[in-house]
Design a protein around this ligand. Structure first.
Ligand code: RET
Length: 233
């Protein structure tokens, strides 16, 4: 059952990586966004293949599985998705120190969120599990604060078209990212309300939306914005 989901994940992610690269803009100022968004499903395809082989799957005392490859995937792909959004907020301006500072801050919070989520998944004592789950949520709030506070203000300063592209992308990203802690909470790593196959399929669908659908949506919002932006300039 899980095997089928993992093989579908591998196939969809590999093809999507090629499709995102093939259809994406290859010229500045959007070329780096194409590269970032094509890299994300490539990494995910690798992780799904690892999971399909059953490598790095840990089963703890109460029978709940932790897929290490999933956390390794998220540790790399979520910073890439956030970087693309930070670079959109600063589109073609900003001092290196300022851009680098925001990138570092958001990536550190994001990686802490994933790593502490992994610790929560591995913890078997309920109190310990929930302490780490909450700590991961605190880091998630930090990521959301940066996205919706200073970075949104920065994007808005750039004028209507770029500000609205940032607004659409950050809204899509926030809605889909919120589902991950919910599925963890009700899944086998948390309260065990849903079964392991249910959570594997749910995360497969969420991963496709957060990585693939989002890549096409973000690219189209960026192109529309650049079109308006160049006409205003
Ligand atoms: C965990 C568990 C603990 C609490 C929180 C979590 C958040 C995870 C998120 C993952 C996003 C993953 C994406 C992958 C696709 O590329 C680790 C589930 C807050 C937000 C977008």
């Amino acid at each position: 059952m899980d095997q089928t989901a993992f093989m579908i994940g591998f196939t969809v992610m590999s093809l999507a990586s090629l499709a995102i690269y093939a259809t994406g803009k290859k010229t500045p100022p959007s070329h780096h966004h194409t590269l970032l968004h094509a890299a994300v499903p490539f990494i995910a395809a690798t992780a799904y293949l690892v999971m399909a082989f059953g490598i790095g799957t840990l089963v703890n005392g109460d029978g709940a599985a932790t897929y290490l490859a999933r956390y390794a995937d998220w540790t790399v792909t979520t910073p890439i998705l956030l970087s693309s959004l930070v670079l959109l907020a600063f589109h073609e301006r900003g001092k290196t120190g300022e851009v680098g500072g925001y990138l570092t801050a958001i990536i550190v919070l994001d990686v802490l969120m994933i790593v502490t989520g992994l610790v929560s998944s591995l913890a078997e004592v309920p109190l310990v599990k929930w302490v780490w789950y909450l700590w991961s949520c605190v880091a998630f709030v930090g990521v959301l604060y940066l996205l919706w506070g200073p970075l949104r203000a920065m994007a808005a300063e750039r004028g209507g078209a770029l500000g609205s592209a940032y607004g659409k992308n950050v809204t899509f990203l926030t809605v889909i990212w919120f589902l991950y802690p919910i599925v963890f909470l009700i899944g086998p790593e948390g309260l065990k309300i849903i079964t392991d196959p249910m959570s594997v399929w749910a995360i497969l669908i969420m991963d496709i939306v957060a990585k693939v659908a989002y890549a096409f949506y973000a690219a189209s919002n960026l192109e529309t914005a650049l079109h308006h932006h160049s006409r205003q300039a």
